[in-house]
Design a protein around this ligand. Structure first.
Ligand code: EPZ
Length: 427
């Protein structure tokens, strides 16, 4: 199996540019199904999940074609409410956005129960509650979710948790519901705002995205349009942390520094020098980093998608650090692999207590999900010797040209084919 070989202890230094945001791309692409004409979406990251979503749209009858490596043209005119239970839909969790878009447009939709990264329970009850509030009937049968409504009517919906997916999915349906829909306790992530901006750009009437309360006046006639998605804040944070763990000096370009505030603040707290300008951030690690306590929270708090990478960093910093994961449950599955590299971590439920100052050593490890894989790569960058990461396909779901970007910063990483594990089989 393909794996990534990392020879650690190389100080990262230099400039790197991030691509468009994965989690914005995986919402704006299905949002094009709501459009009344051709859409051209630019600054897409060329990652496996985006390639899967392009296949999903074509199987639904949309004509989705790449104009170049980062630009997608979607003609949604011939879309039909086909059940999205094919392989490409099953591979990605975000395929559930097809439900909201198609329910709004056709009054019916069906999609396979979500796939994607497997860390803890990731139900979609808030999505279902939202669709039902708009007047839809929802049935889950044989692994497929069926939604249908004679007429969608605006509703006042309160989310028990500021769920990114539920906020976006309800928005996608509500743009075609009659009357006003209000989403209370809405998610405020930048990618939620990006989808709302795209929908408004094609004629929707959405106010308040980025705040706790989003108001959608449905029923507007939607058209086509061109749109450029936002930069990926998680990719940016990943490189910032990689600079810190290698004692480096990394300048991350093509970003929106405001999106990075919680990450920049935490790295400054750890004695890194973090300088911002209009569209870039430079991180210089101090000789001696300080331990820190990290609590993941919904935006603008510290993002759960950078928790695994931050954990890897903290294992190398002298002193005790504590991570509390409040957004998802069971997002510490990668810690066993970090411990095999010499990390000293005690996990108790949603809390990890890190006895830092470990000198990590490279070994064979495997990714259990996208950010778990990124945590192990981050650790490998600082480890003594070679780390070989298997299940690289998880990482390819969320990062474009990761090995090339790391090499451009001075890392010693390369993709390799299958390798004999010590039990003689190929991993
Ligand atoms: C999105 O997932 C992201 N994925 C995730 O990024 C990210 O970790 C997450 O938001 C939180 O920021 C995409 O955007 C494609 P949620 P999503 O709905 O929409 C509970 C990555 O690494 N919940 O905010 O699934 C449940 O416990 C990926 O890029 C319910 O109970 O996140 C869930 O874990 C991983 N019922 C938590 O809320 C629901 O109906 C956060 O869910 C929905 C969610």
């Amino acid at each position: 199996m393909e794996h990534l070989a990392i020879t650690g202890m190389q100080r990262l230094a230099g400039h790197v540019s991030v691509n468009g945001a994965k989690n914005a791309a995986l919402a704006v692409i299905p949002a094009a199904l709501c459009a009344g004409g051709v859409c051209v979406i630019d600054n897409l990251p060329m990652i496996d999940d985006v390639k899967s979503y392009i296949d999903v749209l074509n199987r639904l009858g949309a004509r989705a074609e790449l104009l170049d490596n980062h630009t997608l043209r979607v003609d949604p005119v011939h879309v039909a409410p086909v059940t999205a239970d094919f392989d490409s839909a099953k591979k990605i969790r975000a395929s559930y956005y097809v439900l909201g878009a198609m329910l709004g447009r056709f009054g019916e939709a069906a999609a396979a129960l979500p796939g994607g990264c497997n860390f803890g329970a990731r139900p979609i009850d808030f999505h279902i509650k939202g669709f039902e509030a708009l007047g839809a009937e929802v049935i889950v049968e044989h692994g497929v979710i069926y939604v249908r409504a004679d007429e969608l009517k605006g509703a006042h919906i309160y989310l028990d948790f500021a769920s990114v997916g539920a906020t976006i999915n309800i928005m996608l349906a509500a743009v075609n519901a009659k009357g006003l829909t209000v989403i209370e306790n809405a998610a405020k992530e930048p990618h939620v705002v990006d989808v709302a901006n795209f929908l408004n750009y094609i004629g929707a009437n959405i106010r308040g995205a980025g705040t706790n309360t989003i108001r959608i006046n449905g029923g507007e006639r939607l058209r086509g349009g061109d749109y450029t998605i936002i930069p990926d804040m998680i990719e940016a944070g990943t490189f910032m942390i990689a600079g810190a763990i290698t004692g480096g000096d990394v300048h991350v370009h093509n970003i929106i520094p405001k999106h990075m505030e919680s990450v920049s603040a935490k790295l400054r707290e750890m004695n890194c020098v973090v300088d911002e300008d209009e569209d870039s951030i430079r991180v210089r690690a101090a000789e001696l980093l300080s331990p820190a306590n990290v609590k993941t929270q919904v935006y603008p708090g510290f993002p759960t998608d950078l928790q695994p990478q931050m954990c890897a960093l903290l294992t190398t910093v002298q002193g005790t650090s504590i991570i509390r994961e409040t957004v998802t449950d069971n997002r510490f599955q990668y810690i066993g692999e970090l411990e095999r590299m010499g990390a000293r971590i005690h996990v108790d439920g949603r809390q990890a207590v890190i006895d830092g100052g470990a000198v990590l050593s490279g070994t064979d490890v495997s990714a259990s999900d996208l950010r778990a894989g990124m945590s192990l790569i981050t650790a490998g960058l600082a480890a003594v010797g070679e780390t070989r990461l298997a299940n690289l396909h998880y990482v390819d779901r969320g990062y474009e040209d990761l090995d090339e970007k790391l090499r451009s910063l001075g890392a010693c990483v390369e993709r390799r084919g299958a390798v004999k594990s010590d039990v003689g089989s190929y991993i």
